[in-house]
Write a protein that binds this ligand. Structure first.
Ligand SMILES: Cc1cc2nc3c(=O)[nH]c(=O)nc-3n(C[C@H](O)[C@H](O)[C@H](O)COP(=O)(O)OP(=O)(O)OC[C@H]3O[C@@H](n4cnc5c(N)ncnc54)[C@H](O)[C@@H]3O)c2cc1C
Length: 460
């Protein structure tokens, strides 16, 4: 019997996980993974600065999404798993130049206690009243998709959107809440509304169950990272997949033949495009211009991370909590900052204070793509020191990592877009699209998509 040959395009976590899962599902398959750069892991990239591990892309996995953590265990990385330091789990919102503690007792941005809402400095009296009215109001759910902004406004009003949901949920996607698809990004909140009408009431039920588990000592940490850095996951996959990997090999040509596919002139039965949608669009142009147009329609936003190391003795007082996010509408390039050593133990040292600023927002695209390093770094540091005067003027080490067009936009109608894409995909047997552009942006969602595809291709 003919052993299938499979080309995987892209060596980010999606492509690597796909190669790993396909090796298990189709042991006879000839798998080749093409990666444009010399780096495997894509947006997962860890460096060591002054003895401190810092992340240029993702810094953690959301523990409740199990797929990436399961993969770590399967690869023997169990002892590497590092839970977030939830004793320090609080954060602030930057609003009008000041940091305000995020109201305690909220699950996501949904209040579960009245007093923290009544006493928060983040909301006006009218904003507080509007939030607390939610359980007593009738919420008319639209038939189709809805933006994060509209969803939040319907339940809790504009202030809750600008100062709670926008920074917290919009921040994850780096997108504009007015154009973020609720159906694609937070379907569980829509489900909560469908079942209970009020999010406050629905969340209260969920919290009762979660609290019962916590009392039995089963509540896991919110985030999980890896002791030697997130890069440990792609590194472990790279070690095991070596014979299949082609680094520094950009795919520049994809053609369809009568029996399969040509990738840079080499014949394969199947092609798995584990690339950002726009990179996939460029390759598919010759094969199917309509598919190219569809893939190109995905919007993107740009972001950058700036890791900063300071002498700990000069940071006075040392901040508490995980960090802060900026309220919407964003007024500067600084959209947030993590106090890295508070979030994960062992990320700083007794001598070094580590933090990571996030840069982005609607005006960031051009600056992140074309701005000079010095300008971005100086701009971010000035904005950070304005809010946090305890941050010294000059870091002893820094690392600016840019992600131009690096965040896929899960815009209104994303699920319709995805369904159109799957229909077009079905017209090209042997071609598959997976990764952060499609069905979930988190590292864990990327691993899940790889697993699901391998499951579909496994002989029955
Ligand atoms: C700043 C930032 C912070 C984040 N934080 C988190 C977090 O804390 N937790 C979390 O779960 N997620 C986080 N994410 C999201 C997550 O990191 C990404 O969604 C995920 O890593 C994307 O993986 P991927 O393999 O789909 O794509 P990518 O990582 O983009 O990989 C695609 C690969 O394809 C290669 N490629 C492109 N074109 C070609 C070509 N023509 N030929 C061959 N190869 C090509 C690229 O070089 C790249 O290696 C974050 C993202 C960013 C940008």
């Amino acid at each position: 019997m003919h052993s299938p040959s499979i080309a995987i395009l892209g060596g980010g976590i999606t492509g690597l996980a796909a190669a790993w899962e396909l090796k298990k599902a189709l042991p006879d398959a000839a798998i080749t993974l093409f990666e444009a750069s010399g780096h495997f892991g894509g947006k997962i990239v860890t460096r060591t600065l002054e003895g401190c591990r810092v992340e240029g892309g993702p810094d953690s996995l959301l523990t409740e999404k199990p797929w990436a953590i399961d993969l770590c265990r399967e690869l023997g990385l169990e002892s590497e798993l590092l839970p977030s330091n939830d004793a320090q789990r609080s954060f602030s919102i930057l609003h009008r130049g000041r940091l305000h503690p995020f109201p305690a007792g909220c699950k996501l941005f949904i209040p579960q206690k009245i007093t923290p809402i009544l006493t928060t400095s983040l909301l006006s009296p009218a904003g507080k009243a509007r939030m607390l009215m939610e359980p007593f109001m009738h919420h008319r759910m639209p038939e189709g998709d809805e933006s994060l902004a509209e969803f939040t406004r319907r339940h809790f009003g504009q202030e809750a959107l600008d100062r709670l949901a926008g920074p917290l949920l919009g921040g994850i996607y780096g997108g504009d809440p007015e154009d973020m698809s609720m159906a694609a990004t937070f379907p569980r909140l829509r489900e909560l509304e469908r079942k209970h009408g009020s999010l406050v009431k629905g969340m209260a039920g969920m919290m009762r169950q979660a609290n019962a588990k916590a009392r039995q000592g089963k509540a896991p940490a919110l985030f999980t990272s890896l002791r030697s850095g997130m890069q440990a996951l792609p590194d472990a996959l790279t070690d095991r997949l070596k014979p299949h990997l082609r680094p520094d090999t950009p795919v520049t040509e994809l053609r369809k033949t009568e029996t399969g596919w040509l990738v840079n002139g080499e014949a394969f039965d199947r092609v798995i495009a584990a690339l950002p949608a726009r990179a996939a669009a460029r390759l598919i142009r010759e094969v199917d211009p309509e598919l190219e147009a569809l893939l190109s329609r995905q919007s993107t936003s740009s972001s950058a991370t700036l890791s900063l190391i300071f002498p700990k003795e000069q940071v006075n007082p040392l901040p508490t909590g995980f960090g802060f996010m900026a309220a919407h509408p964003l007024t500067s390039l600084l959209v947030g900052c993590t106090w890295t050593g508070n979030k994960f133990e062992g990320r700083d040292t007794p001598e070094h204070f580590v933090c990571r600023a996030f840069l982005g927002g609607p005006d960031a695209k051009d600056l992140i793509a074309n701005g000079a390093d010095e300008d971005l770094i100086a701009g971010a540091l000035t904005a950070l020191r304005h809010v946090c005067p305890f941050i010294p003027e000059t870091p002893i080490a820094h690392w600016l990592q840019r992600w131009p067009n690096g965040n896929p936009g899960y815009a209104l109608g994303h699920l319709d877009w995805l369904s159109d894409l799957h229909k077009k995909e079905a017209g090209h047997p042997g071609l598959h699209f997976i990764g952060s552009s499609y069905d979930g942006i988190s590292v864990s969602d990327c691993v899940r998509q790889a697993k699901e595809l391998a499951g579909k291709l496994r002989p029955s």
